[in-house]
Design a protein around this ligand. Structure first.
Ligand SMILES: *Cc1c(COP(=O)(O)O)cnc(C)c1O
Length: 385
C-alpha cells in the first residue's frame, strides 16, 4: 500500500536523538528551549512553547486566552476534531462557520454574516480558530479585521502549515493572530513523533502556556503567592497539566526543522507533477490563493460527481483495493456522533458536507517516488474512466 503520508527520518535526525539518549537529560533538559528558540526564529515569532501534541497546544492556547464556561469558540467544520474539542475541554461552547467551496478553508463571507447575527443576538464568540487546511493559509487579514471589529481573539490552527507562507511571511509569525498552533505528528510536514507547539508575540500568553503545560507549577519566586520555604520549594499557582515534550523529541524537532523549506519545496514539485498529469480527469483542486504559499501537507482532489458514473465511495474503495492508501480529510466535525448529541444537525453546513461527499486525499510525502506517484495517477485514471 502506498500510504497517504509518511515521515522522513535522516541519519542526522537519528544522530541528534541518540546524542540526547546518552546525555544527562531525557526530558526537561537543554533541547526543549533550543527547539523553541529555533521554531520561534523560523516563524518570526517572539515566543514558542513546545508541548507533547498539537491538541495540547490548542488546549493551552484556549486557556491562555481565557476561554471558559459561557464563552463561544468558532472553527471550521472541515478539520480534525481537535480544532473543536479544545473549546469543549475548557467548558466553552463550540460552533462552526461553513467553508468556502473553492479553498475548503473557513469562508470569510459566511463568517461576517454569522458575526452580524451573533452581535444582534449577543452571542459573539471569544475566540475563532481558522484552520489552514492542507497547509494553505486562510484569509488572515480579513479575519483579523473582523476580530478588531467584533473583539474576538484568533488562534491559527496551523497543524498542517509549518513551512507555509502568507503575504510572503512565514505562517506562525502571528501578525494577524494571537497564537498559532502546530502539530509534529509523523504524518505532518515535520515530526517530533508526537508533539506540537504554540507561537505568540505576547509574553503573558507564552508564560501562561508554559505554566499550564507543567501542572501550573512555578519555581520562579516572583510569581509565588507566599514566601519560599527553601531551595526545594515550588508552588502550584494554577491548575495545569503534564503537556511536556521530551528532550529526545525536541532534538528531533530541531533537526527536522532545518529541512522544512526543502521538504515543502519537494512537496510543491510533486504537486505540480500531479496537477500536470491529472489535468484531463473530472476533478476539482483546492484553489490556491495569490497571497498564500501552501506547505502542501495534503494533496486533496474533489471528484466532479456530475461528470462521472462511478460514486465517490466506489472510487475510494477501488483505489484502496489497488493498493493506493487514499484517505479523506475530513469528516465534517459537526456530523460526528458526539457533536450530534450536542445538538448539531446534518445539513447545517452544506458546503462542508458537499466537500465531504467529493474529497479524496492522494498520497503525498517527501520520498514518494515518481514511479509510485505514476501508479497513483494511472489507477485513478483507470477508475474514473
Ligand atoms: C493533527 C492535527 C491536530 C492535532 O494534532 P496532534 O499533534 O495530533 O494532537 C489538530 N488540528 C489539525 C488541523 C490537525 O491536522
Amino acid at each position: 500500500m502506498i500510504p497517504y503520508g509518511r515521515q522522513e527520518i535522516t541519519q542526522q535526525d537519528i544522530d541528534s536523538v541518540t546524542e540526547v539518549l546518552q546525555s544527562d537529560f531525557l526530558t526537561q533538559g537543554p533541547q526543549i528551549p533550543l527547539f523553541e528558540q529555533n521554531l520561534a526564529s523560523y516563524c518570526g515569532a517572539e515566543h514558542a512553547v513546545a508541548v507533547n501534541s498539537g491538541t495540547a497546544a490548542l488546549h493551552l492556547a484556549c486557556l491562555a486566552l481565557g476561554v471558559g464556561p459561557g464563552d463561544m469558540v468558532w472553527t471550521s467544520p472541515i478539520s480534525f476534531v481537535a480544532s473543536a474539542n479544545c473549546a469543549l475541554y475548557c467548558g466553552a461552547g463550540i460552533d462552526f462557520v461553513d467553508i468556502d467551496p473553492e479553498t475548503a478553508n473557513l469562508c470569510v463571507k459566511k463568517l461576517r454574516q454569522k458575526l452580524e447575527r451573533a452581535e444582534r443576538n449577543k452571542t459573539l464568540p471569544q475566540v475563532i480558530i481558522p484552520v489552514h487546511l492542507a497547509g494553505q493559509p486562510c484569509d488572515m487579514k480579513e479575519i483579523k479585521q473582523l476580530a478588531d471589529q467584533y473583539g474576538f481573539k484568533i488562534i491559527e490552527d496551523a497543524c498542517h502549515a509549518i513551512g507555509g507562507r502568507y503575504d510572503n511571511e512565514p505562517v506562525g509569525n502571528c501578525r494577524y493572530s494571537d497564537i498559532t498552533v502546530f502539530s509534529f505528528h509523523p504524518v505532518k510536514i515535520i515530526t517530533t513523533c508526537e508533539g506540537g507547539a504554540a507561537t505568540t508575540n505576547d509574553k503573558a500568553l507564552a508564560e501562561k502556556m508554559q505554566l499550564l503545560r507543567t501542572h501550573g507549577i512555578t519555581r520562579d519566586e516572583t510569581l509565588m503567592t507566599k514566601v519560599s520555604d527553601g531551595p526545594w520549594y515550588y508552588q502550584q499557582i494554577d491548575l495545569g497539566f503534564n503537556y511536556r515534550i521530551t528532550d529526545l523529541q525536541a532534538a528531533l524537532g530541531t533537526s527536522q526543522l532545518k529541512r522544512v523549506d526543502e521538504v515543502v519545496a519537494k512537496r510543491h514539485q510533486l504537486v505540480q507533477r500531479y496537477n500536470e498529469k491529472l489535468k484531463k480527469l473530472p476533478l476539482l483542486h483546492l484553489k490556491q490563493t495569490s497571497d498564500g504559499y501552501s506547505s502542501y501537507h495534503l494533496y486533496i482532489i474533489r471528484i466532479q460527481t456530475g461528470e462521472t458514473d462511478i460514486s465517490h465511495l466506489e472510487i475510494f474503495s477501488k483505489l484502496r483495493e489497488m493498493g493506493i492508501g487514499v484517505n479523506l480529510h475530513y469528516i465534517p466535525i459537526h456530523t460526528q456522533p458526539y457533536y450530534l448529541q450536542l445538538g448539531f444537525k446534518p445539513g447545517q453546513f452544506p458546503e462542508a458536507e458537499k466537500y465531504y461527499s467529493e474529497a479524496i486525499t492522494l498520497p503525498l510525502f517527501h520520498h514518494l517516488r515518481h514511479e509510485d506517484q505514476d501508479r497513483v495517477i494511472e489507477c485513478l485514471s483507470r477508475v474514473l474512466r
